[in-house]
Design a protein around this ligand. Structure first.
Ligand code: ADP
Ligand code: MG
Length: 281
């Protein structure tokens, strides 16, 4: 029978507890010196292992969520954006909106921190053990179109529907074809009341008809995306251009034409959609 410490070492190897194995000698030495009790030694070994595993899990989660470059709420300068209520953002960082499968909209002109805040909330969600996926609307539609061409659309929508938080960045920068809008609608429908989303846009909801190239599809999208929704509107200067205020033309300086959201209303039935598109309603 090998000595106890040797057995512990072997057990840690078999259990793939690399960090605990690494710490073992040091912990045993502190135990021998009477610096810690046996129970504290067990606690120390397990805690070290847990910290390593948590770190690894978060790293993998952040990479698969495509949340790099990492942004955090700690690195967000709220004093630069006075229109933004810090307490409200901190309340959102409690992530209850994810449990409630709500949609969080960040609206505002370019450079006001919409993507930063969306990413920071995504990072907080990964840390809290949630699955997150982030992409731009253009990337999302490109991926859905590709999947459709290859006959894998159902699978792809299922993939995007799986994350507990889906972040769709940059709505409104690029025009969307009606085919693309249709695919996005199918995804939104699949997630509706099942999974949370964060959307960022530099355009007001009134302009969605133009962005998605079809007012009917835009109405159907907004119907779902504003039902259980939180709208955070940022009105301020671009952080990117904070040292170049003199170079920015006056008319683009203050705020883009973000129209206030229509009051979230919900009819008994989703809107009737006519025409050749393949909406189920
Ligand atoms: P938007 O998505 O609204 O166009 P971003 O979130 O991409 O803007 O912000 C542009 C850059 O400025 C990013 O590098 C972001 O981290 C940084 N940034 C924006 N607002 C702030 C802020 N208030 N404090 C710290 N960094 C900020
Ligand atoms: Mg952005």
């Amino acid at each position: 029978m090998p000595p106890v410490t040797e057995r512990i070492r072997q057990s840690l190897v078999s259990l793939h507890m690399a960090r605990a194995l690494e710490t073992l000698d040091q912990t045993l030495s502190r135990l021998e010196k009477g610096e810690i009790s046996a129970i504290e030694a067990i606690d120390e070994l397990l805690a070290e292992e847990l910290i390593l595993r948590e770190g690894r899990r978060i790293g993998v989660g952040l990479r698969t969520a495509r949340l790099t470059p990492i942004k955090t709420l700690e690195s967000f300068d709220f004093s630069f954006q006075p229109s933004l209520d810090r307490h409200r953002i901190m309340a959102l960082a409690q992530l209850e909106f994810i449990k409630r499968a709500e949609v969080l909209h960040f609206l505002g002109p370019p450079g006001t921190g919409k993507s930063h805040l969306a990413t920071a909330l995504g990072v907080a969600a990964v840390r809290a053990g949630r699955s997150v996926y982030r992409n731009t609307l253009a990337e999302l539609i490109e991926a859905l179109s590709k999947a459709e061409r290859e006959g894998r659309l159902v699978e792809k929508i299922r993939f995007y529907a799986r994350a507990s938080l889906l972040i769709v960045d940059e709505i409104g920068y690029l025009p969307i074809t009606s085919g693309g809008a249709n695919l996005f609608f199918q995804l939104v429908n699949a997630r509706y009341e099942k999974g949370a989303m964060i959307l960022t846009s530099n355009r007001g909801f009134a302009e969605w008809g133009e962005i998605f190239g079809d007012p009917v599809v835009a109405t159907a999208l907004l119907d779902r995306l504003l039902h259980h929704a939180v709208v955070v509107q940022i009105e301020g200067a671009s952080y990117r251009l904070r040292h170049h205020a003199d170079l920015i033309p006056e008319h683009t300086r203050a705020h883009a034409n973000i129209t206030p959201p229509p009051p979230p209303k919900r009819r008994g039935r989703p809107p009737k959609i006519g025409g050749a598109n393949q909406f189920s309603g």
